[in-house]
Design a protein around this ligand. Structure first.
Ligand code: NAI
Length: 270
């Protein structure tokens, strides 16, 4: 059901790789709610061609940008503001990538060169995006920025590897830039901490299926889906959440505050 929550709003969506991507689901929901969109992803991801299907469905241009490249980001904001004929009202940062996980490096043996790249792509990229927008004054007053994160930033999930540190850094950037952008332009910046979700990035985590079923059993409401995450992001982009900023918001069916559940106790008693 659509509520016209984003009527007249203009947004940039980073990170739609295929139809399972949280960014893909969010783009569809934002479109349903009346937003105009620009889609972006790394040039290598665009070569897959999948994103063109989404672009057609939501009637949006696709602009390639490697999120670690400041020139790419500048061009992206130039093209987006030109396309919209004005500033951007909301941004979804839905980007994650771990080189050490890809190369099967254990947390205790990470390659620091890969690690720098991981932190840049997965966390400092939020700073890069915000800084580019800040310098170009490209986000409207009371605009909203959301980045996706995971609870491994607060608690240990051993196989989440260096991405746990990347998420902690990402959440720090959201808080700190949130302060400055809030003071300057009333722009709000939050992170959404999502349940494990079966996507390309998610499935990269070792033992992911076990991860998903454990979280399902440990969440009073069960795991939140990508579509439900998209719904939540829509509310954060809308005018109904104007005073929410610098928060890490758990969207996980209650997982984050549950000590144990009956289902897990029963499993342990077997
Ligand atoms: P996904 O694999 O569909 O999306 C990750 C995106 O990052 C891809 O579109 C990829 O092309 C993009 N990307 C990677 N390197 C890039 C670069 N240099 N420049 C620009 N874009 C780049 O997977 P998913 O799950 O939708 O991930 C989206 C976000 O949600 C990530 O931040 C992820 O960590 C987060 N998240 C995912 C969970 C899961 O279980 N799937 C749980 C909690 C958070």
């Amino acid at each position: 059901m659509a509520y016209n929550l984003l009527k007249g709003k203009k947004g940039i969506i980073f990170g739609a790789l295929d139809e399972k991507s949280i960014a893909w689901r969010t783009a569809l929901r934002c479109h349903e709610e009346g937003a105009q969109l620009v889609l972006t992803n790394a040039p290598v991801a665009l070569r897959m061609g999948e994103i063109n299907k989404l672009a057609e469905a939501v009637n949006a241009p696709v602009v390639g940008a490697d999120v670690t490249n400041m020139d790419d980001l500048k061009k992206l904001f130039e093209e987006a503001t030109k396309h919209f004929g004005g500033k951007v009202d909301f941004i979804l940062h839905s980007i994650g990538m771990s080189l050490n996980v890809r190369k099967n490096k254990h947390y205790t043996e990470i390659d620091y060169g890969f690690n720098q790249k991981t932190l840049d792509i997965s966390a400092m990229s939020l700073h890069r995006v915000l800084r580019t927008a800040w310098e170009m004054d490209a986000i409207s007053d009371w605009g909203s920025v959301v980045a996706l994160t995971y609870i491994a930033a607060q608690r240990v999930f051993p196989d989440y590897n260096e991405m746990a540190d990347a998420k902690a850094l990402l959440e720090g950037v959201a808080r700190n830039f949130g302060y400055h952008y809030g003071v300057k332009k009333k722009v709000r910046i939050n992170t959404v901490s999502q349940s494990p979700t079966k996507t390309t990035a998610g499935s990269g985590v070792k033992g992911f299926d076990g991860f998903v079923s454990y979280a399902e059993k440990m969440s009073p409401l069960g795991n939140a889906s990508a579509d439900q995450c998209a719904d939540y992001c829509v509310t954060l982009f809308s005018d109904l959440t104007k005073m929410v900023t610098m928060q890490n918001l758990f969207h996980d069916g209650g997982f984050s505050f549950t000590g144990v559940t009956q289902a897990v106790i029963e499993q342990m008693e077997k």
